[in-house]
Ligand binder design. Structure first.
Ligand code: UN1
Length: 498
């Protein structure tokens, strides 16, 4: 039996403005208590093809609407989301497990993105440029690309969907969207909101299912011109290889191994709070989660004891209870991975200072809960200090200088987010220049990116594109150079006209 908050027992694909009943389904489990919340379709290649045909038709008309008109619909989407914020937040906690206050924060990101991208409908600036010849005008404009494919993850089921779909829509594209099978409810809600806001049918189509069937069919479909993907490095690099073969544009947002650097002049209470929020918030299941603390040896012990002290106040449980600070792990595979890394860390010789165990029994009997965990005396080359764990596990790595801290930060495969706590203004500016990540924080943890700035990373985290910010438009538009000759005669460019 589905949960009372959800409007359907079995979710449906949304293709060409119609809800389409699935043949096969899978249970969606609330990770906080193991209950079945709803059933999600497992769609096929044929479903994707149907959605693409609808999107192709819809996109032709949609692209001809003036961008400020397209944007009006996004304003309405934002307004409805705002009205339903509490309901959406509860549903988000139900399917994903994140605690309610974080769910509210995530829904707010979606609302902000709606109003921000709607504003782009009246900007989406191009450039005018001087032409080489007399009586000639030159400009560059952003043109929509066509049908675009979005593949979104379970850890931010609504925010990341809005980072990708809103710029795609306002720029005049049509969308095929595959949400994660673990968290399909946000997609069901957003599709209802799009329809209520007056988005023409076929402009956004949702096809639920696995990466192996639906995702693969999207990546291989010749009429889908862009794939925007957030998820694991393994899947992302397979997608990139196939898109490369087809010369298809691809935007990738993948893993992180984000560090907080704490220098010996830092405010240590502030740094301890920053570490806790970024390492254990969302149970560490953020691409931007802090999983390394690179700490100056002079303050290592003091920082450790402050972190351990503050961790005592973290209540672990079902995120629907307002006093809970750390929710469950998304599924058994996630739990197994975390446990594997605890074992690896111990075998590598890191010292376990706190946590390290799954919580079972009592309030935790039916859910998937893992204690916030701190390792110390880790070294840069250990696997726990190099590989993404995606759980509430952080490793302290002592260093002797600012230069060493920067070096340790940068010597990982990923480059998403980093942070430094210091009171030295020279170190602040050197750090923002030298930290090799797409996002840098000063005197704050590694999480908390704002939607109007570019989100993404260097090195193995991505392929140079950015989600959110005005930069997201670069993924969903093509630059077109336009020349208007008003001389009334044929002027031949690059020919000597004297
Ligand atoms: C993610 O880390 O997976 O910056 C997304 C943040 C949020 C989004 C995180 N605004 O923490």
């Amino acid at each position: 039996m589905a949960n009372a908050l959800v409007d359907k027992e079995v979710l449906m694909n949304h293709i060409n403005g119609q809800w389409v009943k699935p043949e096969e389904t899978r249970d969606v489990i609330n990770p906080a208590n193991g209950e079945v919340v709803v059933k999600v379709p497992l769609s096929t290649k044929e479903d994707v093809d149907q959605a693409v045909q609808a999107a192709k038709q819809a996109q032709k008309k949609w692209a001809l609407e003036p961008a400020p008109q397209r944007a009006e619909i996004l304003y309405e989407v934002g307004r409805i989301m705002k009205e339903r914020k509490e309901h959406l937040s509860k549903l988000l906690t139900l399917e994903n497990g994140k605690v309610l206050e974080e769910a509210r924060g995530e829904v707010q990101e979606g609302i902000d993105m709606a109003f921000y991208m709607a504003g782009e409908g009246r900007r989406m600036f191009g450039q005018t440029t001087n032409a080489e010849l007399k009586d000639k005008f030159a400009m560059s404009v952003r043109a929509p690309i066509g049908v675009v494919g979005l593949i979104t993850p379970w850890n931010f089921p609504i925010a990341i969907a809005t980072w990708k779909s809103f710029p795609a829509i306002v720029a005049g594209n049509a969308v095929i969207w595959k949400p994660a099978t673990e968290t399909p409810i946000m997609a069901n809600e957003l599709m209802k909101i799009f329809a209520e806001a007056g988005l023409p049918k076929g402009v956004v189509n949702v096809v639920f299912g696995t990466g192996g069937s639906v995702g693969d069919a999207m990546v291989h479909h010749p009429a889908i011109k862009v794939i925007s993907f957030t998820g694991s490095n393994e899947t992302g690099s397979n997608i990139a290889a196939e898109c490369g073969r087809q010369l298809k544009k691809v935007s990738l947002e993948m893993g992180g191994k984000n560090a907080v650097i704490v220098m010996d002049d830092a405010d240590l209470d502030l740094a301890a709070e920053g570490v806790i929020w970024s390492a254990f918030g969302t149970s560490g299941q953020r691409c931007t989660a802090c999983s390394r603390v690179i700490v100056h040896e002079n303050v290592k012990e003091e920082l450790e004891s402050k972190v351990l002290q503050k961790m005592k106040g973290l209540k672990i449980g079902d995120g629907l209870n307002e006093d809970v600070k750390v929710g469950p792990i998304i599924n058994q595979a996630g739990m197994d991975k975390i446990k594997k890394y605890i074992q690896i860390g111990q075998e590598e010789g890191a010292k376990l200072l706190a946590g390290g165990k799954e919580l079972t029994g009592g309030d935790h009997a039916n859910g998937l809960y893992f204690e916030p965990t701190v390792f110390t005396d880790a070294t840069m080359d250990m696997r726990i200090a190099q590989e993404e764990i995606f759980g509430p596990v952080v490793s302290f790595i002592p260093v002797a200088s600012f230069e060493e801290a920067i070096d340790v930060n940068n010597r990982v495969e990923f480059g998403l987010s980093s942070s430094i706590f210091t009171r030295d203004v020279n170190q602040v500016y050197r750090a923002q220049r030298d930290l090799d990540t797409g996002i840098v924080y000063v005197n704050a943890g590694t999480t908390g990116a704002e939607i109007h700035l570019p989100f993404g990373g260097t090195k193995g985290t991505g392929n140079g594109h950015r989600d959110s910010g005005v930069q997201a438009l670069d993924v969903f538009t093509e630059w077109k150079a336009v020349y208007v000759d008003y001389s009334g005669k044929l002027q031949r460019a690059q020919i000597d006209v004297e």
